[in-house]
Design a protein around this ligand. Structure first.
Ligand SMILES: Nc1ncnc2c1ncn2[C@@H]1O[C@H](COP(=O)(O)OP(=O)(O)OP(=O)(O)O)[C@@H](O)[C@H]1O
Ligand SMILES: [Mg+2]
Length: 500
């Protein structure tokens, strides 16, 4: 169906894609693998017309085509869901789906959207309430909208860039079912992923990139995860052991009976109570869309709190703004990296002081001290192994995983007493994931508190001292590490033990 031949794409100083041949057959799911920065996204951006290759050609059904932009891609029935979504948060699902549709006026579109939604539900099992605002949707739900958008525009080739990085196992399972239904119709699907078990579960064919080159290409049959891991990183990864130490540190972050009411008067966070002590990691488990996002936003000062209180080290911060909270010792690794984690068109240097530029050593006599700022950026880059040309590189030019490493590093080096980390390892390759997890445990061992909100239950079980489950905005009592039980917590995530 599609053949890319000899594709080369160079950015100033980085050969991102180096003479790559890539083939895609109808009715297959093709996994594209590789470490952070290997060139996966760039290669697919070339196919989708976002970047023009320096050399090489793309053939569709044997005929050379020129795809210079997303419109060309669409007319060749190629669709892509990016690593970072491109929906308009202030619009409803229906409005987002209508954008770019060519049929008639808005009323017509509404009918069209309605009938198409029905079809998507019946055929591919994709459910979504079209009247909700995208801003209020969980990542999993937003992703369903993105996939629908492609289908609405008639895509035959679907490219999904790390589609499950923020999905719960159940959501991922649902997505896979939808993908299998799409594949059975003859659509060709590219899935970029870091999760080897997903490859084993859904892929028919595998291509692995390393430093811009194809290093492995095969049908999935006969391939093992070990073979793939080795192709990706060249050697076996050592799984870190998380050594937790007894910590004596005074102080806690207390969220008490917190209420957050949404714009449509729905209760998004309902009487949530969490007590995070220093020297402790509290895991927040839950199926995405159960209030975790709103709880965290309220905690960091980005959402109005309707009732309840938050105190940090005894100080009431319930009505403080973001700056005041950060200055009293709160850090935040957000889920939406490009929109909430960095100022995307600024340099890494400037981004490194986003939560610390208010005072010395970065601000002296009302002037930025660029020497100190650059030094900090360099520290983050080297300590967290961020692949970037230099600290002057713009945030938007980093690969997804490298941007995440940068944000994690910035927040940790700022040394907040309490760190909120939302899916801190999503989108990271195997090595980087292990590194970040180990850093989080070290952070705790140094007497800091970590609120780890993650949709990866295994990650929570491995790192947390206690786990709190969120369901429909409410929090469960916390479960102690010695009582961790995968199945039991899984059942709580589905509402067991919660009264409605
Ligand atoms: N617009 C750009 N300008 C400069 N360099 C870029 C740009 N886009 C990507 N790069 C660089 O090209 C290389 C490949 O990046 P790419 O985003 O394709 O990696 P990836 O395999 O998708 O990684 P990840 O798993 O982290 O998403 C990286 O070194 C990245 O920094
Ligand atoms: Mg990428």
């Amino acid at each position: 169906m599609i053949a890319m031949k000899g594709i080369v794409k160079e950015f100033p100083g980085v050969l991102a894609v180096d003479h790559v041949d890539f083939e895609l057959y109808p009715g297959e799911i093709h996994a594209l693998l590789g470490e952070n920065g290997a060139g996966k996204t760039t290669l697919m951006n070339v196919l989708y017309g976002i970047y023009k290759a320096d050399s090489g050609e793309t053939l569709i059904n044997g005929k050379p085509v020129r795809i210079n932009n997303a419109v060309d891609a669409q007319s060749n029935r190629i669709g892509m869901v990016h690593q970072h979504f491109s929906l308009i948060p202030a619009f409803t699902v229906a409005e987002n789906l209508s954008i770019g549709l060519k049929d008639g006026g808005f009323i017509l579109k509404e009918e069209y959207v309605g009938s198409k939604i029905k079809e998507a539900e019946d055929k591919y099992g994709i459910h979504i309430d079209v009247n909700r605002k995208v801003d209020d949707l969980s990542i999993g739900e937003q992703q369903r909208v993105e996939v629908l958008k492609l289908l609405f525009r008639g895509a035959n080739t679907l490219i999904l860039d790390e589609p499950t990085s923020a999905l719960t196992p159940q959501e991922a399972e649902n997505l896979f079912l939808s993908l299998k239904a799409l594949k059975a119709e003859g659509k060709a699907i590219v899935v970029i992923t870091h999760k080897l078990y997903e490859v084993m579960e859904i892929a028919d064919r595998v291509t692995v990139l390393r430093k811009g080159r194809v290093v492995f290409k095969s049908m999935k049959a006969g391939v093992t995860s070990d073979i793939l891991a080795e192709a990706m990183i060249g050697k076996g990864v050592e799984l870190a052991k998380y050594k937790k130490e007894e910590v004596k540190a005074e102080g806690s972050l207390v969220i008490e009976k917190l209420m957050v009411i949404g714009e449509r008067h729905d209760t998004l966070v309902n009487d949530a109570t969490i007590r995070l002590n220093k020297g402790e990691i509290i895991g927040v488990a839950g199926v995405s869309g159960n209030g975790q996002k709103e709880l965290v936003e309220a905690l960091f000062g980005m959402r109005k709190i309707s009732a309840g209180s938050i105190t940090m080290g005894g100080k009431d911060i319930t009505s403080s703004n973001v700056k005041a909270r950060v200055m009293s010792g709160l850090g935040y690794i957000p889920e939406e990296r490009k929109t909430k984690g960095v100022a995307i068109s600024l340099s890494l240097s400037l981004n490194s002081v986003i939560h610390s530029h208010w005072g010395a050593p970065y601000l002296v006599n009302k002037m930025f001290n660029y020497t100190a700022i650059r030094k900090l950026a360099k520290q983050i880059i080297s300590k967290f192994n961020v692949a970037a040309k230099s600290e002057a590189a713009l945030a938007k030019n980093l690969s997804g995983g490298n941007l995440q490493k940068f944000i994690v590093g910035r927040e940790m080096l700022n040394e907040p007493d309490y760190l909120i980390a939302v899916n801190p390892t999503s989108g990271l390759d195997i090595g980087a994931t292990e590194y970040v997890r180990k850093e989080l445990v070290d952070y705790r061992n140094r007497g800091k508190g970590v609120l780890l909100v993650s949709e990866d239950l295994d990650e929570l079980l491995a790192l947390s001292d206690q786990i709190v489950v969120m369901y429909r905005g409410s929090t469960s009592p916390s479960v102690n590490q010695k009582d961790f039980d995968r199945l039991k917590i899984g059942a709580m995530m589905l509402g067991e033990g919660f009264t409605r």
